[in-house]
Design a protein around this ligand. Structure first.
Ligand code: FAD
Length: 345
């Protein structure tokens, strides 16, 4: 019997596990993929994320998890009317597989037990504990018990959906990695909000000299049309020339709707990160994942024996994070008509 089982070894899960383990709680992290696992991501760590890594993990981010160019100088954002805004701020460009694996290693070093290739299937509430059904390719089905569960399983959240018996709303993302040339500064992340290019946002960034071009939308059937238009736009406006497409991938993101609703959990199962719906504009979710994982861990650590209070404490502790998220979305709503429904009154 563990004190806490954490589902998912992404930024939210690793942070939650690290905080609880270093405070002396017995923690199991289960990760369904083989670690280091792949995660579709632009891999931009904003300054806030870098500071959170220092605060929660007490370490500097190693060069080994970065990709070229390692330094990111900020974001250049084009709104739906074609107006450009520059946000200068130093950040880092990382491969998520390496970055998340490094975080998982730090959680493990603090005493958390980490098991990969093992998916949580469901959480069954019992009187004094939660029974977590697991599926491991090698071991088959088995169960583990814990007093609390922090569900950090990311966007689709199959365990969460079973618990709440509801389906989430998603944005489909599509990005390609290319050999080619373009007349843009590789140190910036570029986001485009023109409605003809994307239903959400389109983006360009560089990872290890590969030109990454992506689009996103609520209606997955429109993605290829948006992508073709985005390529033509980048060719016409920034001299894009693609010589070879090396890789393409589709993924999902939570659809953040007006008022930024968050699902905090159910009884002694707390949701954190994307599983809860934490996601900032332009898909910046690593900082919110880490902060919500931290809040979930603190709510449990500070009220371990006061089961009835933990859920409410978690809600209270993340209020600042939800407010931050709402302000960020409102800010983007003020800059671009695409997100005007997100403006706070
Ligand atoms: C195309 C794209 C670009 C992005 N770019 C950026 C960016 O540049 N910067 C940024 O800050 N954010 C970015 N994001 C968002 C960011 O990736 C997420 O918000 C962040 O990863 C959320 O962290 P998390 O820990 O909640 O979930 P995740 O990182 O998704 O981790 C969840 C983990 O849980 C595991 N898992 C899932 N189900 C189970 C299960 N049943 N049992 C066990 N394990 C399970 C998964 O395999 C995964 O390892 C981007 C997202 C996308 C799609």
């Amino acid at each position: 019997m563990y004190d806490v089982i954490v589902i998912g070894a992404g930024p939210a899960g690793c942070t939650a596990a690290k905080i609880l383990a270093e405070r002396g709680y017995s923690v199991l992290i289960v990760e369904k993929c083989v670690l280091p696992r792949y995660k579709s991501c632009s891999g931009m760590l904003i300054k806030k994320t870098i500071d959170l890594v220092g605060k929660y993990f007490g370490e500097n981010i190693p060069v080994s998890v970065t990709c070229a160019p390692a330094e990111n100088k900020g974001m250049i954002f084009t709104n739906d009317a074609g107006q450009e805004y520059r946000f200068e701020q130093r950040g880092l460009n990382v491969w998520r597989s390496a970055f998340d694996y490094w975080l998982a290693g730090l959680a493990e070093r603090s005493g958390a037990v980490l098991i990969d290739r093992t998916a949580a299937v469901s959480c069954d509430m019992q009187e004094a504990f939660i029974e977590v059904k697991l599926h491991c390719k090698k071991k088959g089905n088995y169960t583990e018990k814990a007093k609390y569960v922090i569900d950090c399983e990311g966007v689709v959240g199959s365990v969460k959906r079973k618990l709440l018996q509801s389906a989430g709303e998603y944005i489909t993302t599509y990005q390609t990695f290319n050999k080619g040339t373009i007349a843009l500064d590789f140190h910036y992340f570029y986001a485009y909000l023109q409605p003809e290019l994307s239903e959400y946002d389109a983006w360009f960034n560089v990872k290890d000299n590969m030109l990454v071009l992506g689009v996103s939308g609520k209606d997955a059937s429109k993605i290829s049309r948006y992508y073709d238009r985005f390529i033509s736009y980048m060719e016409a406006n920034h001299g894009l020339q693609v010589y070879e497409c090396l890789k393409s991938e589709k993924w999902l993101m939570p659809h953040v709707s007006t008022g930024c609703p968050i699902e905090y959990g159910k009884e002694r199962v707390l949701f954190a990160g994307e599983a809860a719906g934490f996601l900032n504009p332009m898909g910046e979710g690593i900082s919110a994942g880490m902060e919500s994982g931290y809040c979930a861990a603190c709510a449990i650590a500070e009220h371990f024996d006061d089961v009835q209070n933990v859920y409410a404490q978690y809600q209270e502790k993340t209020q600042f994070l939800r407010n931050y998220m709402m302000r960020q979305w409102s800010f983007v709503g003020n800059l671009s008509g695409t997100f005007q429904h997100m403006k706070m009154l």
